[in-house]
Every structure is written in structure tokens, then in C-alpha cells.
Design a protein around this ligand. Structure first.
Ligand code: CA
Ligand code: CA
Length: 267
């Protein structure tokens, strides 16, 4: 699935950011590819999307957009932009500073039963989750609410710190290869992820605190079923070994959180 960066490729040099900020439509960010109709998918199923490969374009951009987004938006009040080239698997921030890329998929979703999943928002069908674990090797479990699932993804980042503090990671276009699989008649209320090591639940809400609560509650329910324990035991297990991490948690957007728990074998 080929996708453009969040600016629809309109920021190609640092000077472009001024026009971009002036003309940016907040509801038209993070263009996604799709929707893809998955034969046989029906409401009540789960679509499992495995990320097989992410090929990044040659450059992406980092930005500060005063008054729009960001943890320090009140004190960082001049627009800034840096074009970041991708060379030999590294993100080149400046002639003296580079680091290995950490590609991830920011937007991934199915279609809700009613209305739309806007690519600016994190929702219970996915979309702008910005979880760093949505990367090569991860399976993303998405609820199916409409025939065909109508699945899409986009908003690649060459690297994004947890919380995406300015509101932008290294925003970049590219090509994502996925394999989809259907779990018939299995349904979870929200997206969750599976990596080689962990089960990961997700939560989205207006505040970080509420997003954490949603993800923790889902992990409690998940472990109660998977490990065949009470909800109280599951809650204590999450406290003992579950790790809460942030997805997107800059000001100006809803927050996303996730809980990682190791895939313990059941004896
Ligand atoms: Ca995003
Ligand atoms: Ca982004």
C-alpha cells in the first residue's frame, strides 16, 4: 500500500512549511491508502493485519507548528521545519546528527458501523493511533463493523518518539506490505496488537489518563480470558508486569496509550 506523508508531499524544503501551516486542513492530514474490501469479512469478525515490510521514501520532514500541536506549543512559537534524508537506513537530522530509522505505521483502521474514521483521530476502529509497535512483524487486530471490513493505512514515520511531542514524527511517504487474515466470529471492542514477545492493548481518549484507563481495562479483560484468571488477578498481573506506553500524546489531538504484557504460556 503506497502512501504519501501527512502533508500530501507539499513540504519538500524547509521554506514550504509556512504555506503548509497556512493552508493545512486539520481534517485532511495523514492520507491513507484504501479502503480495501476484504472478501468474506462481516460485522462481528476480526481483521488481522500483519505488517510484513515498510519501505520508506528518500526523505521526510519534522516540523514545529506553533499554536496547533505540541507539548510546548506555548513557548515554541516560531514555525520550524527540517527535511530529514534517509540514507543507508539512517535518518540524517543534520550533518553531525543521525540515527537508525525506526519505521512505523501511524494510521491503521477498519471502517466504523456508522459515520467515518477520520485519519486525524484515534478511534475504537483504529486510525491515528501512532503506536510505535505498529511496525514490521506486528499483527494488528482490528474489529470488523461493515461488510468487507474496508481497511486502510498510512501516516508512515521514519522515526517517531513515543508521545510524538511536537505533533510530528519524521513524516514520510512509502510503501507498506501487509498480509490480511480473517478471524471469523471473534470480536474485540478495540484494536490490539501482537508482537513476537507481547500482547498489546490500546486505548484512545481526550486525556492521557483516560486513554491509559481504557488500555488497562482491555488488558485486564484480555488476560482474564487468555490466562483463565479472575479480573482481580489480571489487574494485579498488569500492575506487576504490564508496561504502559504512550502513542500520540501531544496537545491538540486525542491521546493514545497502550499496555504491553509478555505472552506467558498457559500451563
Ligand atoms: Ca499520526
Ligand atoms: Ca504523524
Amino acid at each position: 500500500m503506497e502512501t504519501l506523508d501527512t502533508t500530501h508531499s507539499s513540504v519538500r524544503q524547509p521554506e514550504d512549511v509556512v504555506t503548509y501551516i497556512r493552508t493545512r486542513k486539520p481534517r485532511e492530514v495523514n492520507p491513507a491508502a484504501g479502503p480495501v474490501y476484504v472478501s468474506g469479512a462481516e460485522p462481528g469478525d476480526t481483521l488481522v493485519v500483519e505488517i510484513l515490510d515498510v519501505k520508506l521514501d528518500d526523505f521526510g520532514s519534522l516540523r514545529i507548528m506553533p499554536g496547533r500541536l505540541g507539548v510546548l506549543t506555548a513557548e515554541m512559537n516560531v514555525p520550524h521545519c527540517r527535511i530529514v534524508r534517509i540514507e543507508g537506513g539512517r535518518a540524517v537530522f543534520s550533518p553531525s546528527i543521525s540515527f537508525p530509522v525506526r519505521p512505523m505505521v501511524g494510521v491503521i483502521a477498519t471502517t466504523p458501523a456508522e459515520g467515518e474514521a477520520n485519519t486525524a483521530d484515534p478511534t475504537d476502529v483504529g486510525s491515528n493511533l501512532d503506536h510505535n509497535d505498529v511496525t514490521v512483524g506486528t499483527k494488528v487486530y482490528l474489529p470488523v463493523h461493515v461488510p468487507g471490513a474496508l481497511f486502510g493505512l498510512g501516516d508512515l514515520h521514519a522515526s517517531m518518539g513515543d508521545a510524538e511531542v511536537t505533533g510530528n514524527g519524521i513524516e514520510i511517504g512509502g510503501c507498506t506490505t501487509v498480509r490480511v487474515e480473517l478471524l471469523k466470529g471473534r470480536h474485540w471492542p478495540r484494536p490490539w496488537l501482537e508482537t513476537a514477545e507481547s500482547w498489546i492493548t490500546t486505548g484512545s481518549a481526550a486525556s492521557i489518563e483516560d486513554a491509559v484507563q481504557v488500555a488497562v481495562r482491555d488488558m485486564v479483560d484480555f488476560l482474564a480470558e487468555r490466562l483463565a484468571v479472575s479480573r482481580e488477578d489480571a489487574y494485579m498481573l498488569v500492575s506487576a508486569r504490564g508496561d504502559v506506553r504512550l502513542g500520540q500524546a501531544c496537545r491538540g489531538m486525542d491521546a493514545t496509550a497502550r499496555v504491553l504484557f509478555p505472552k506467558l504460556p498457559v500451563r
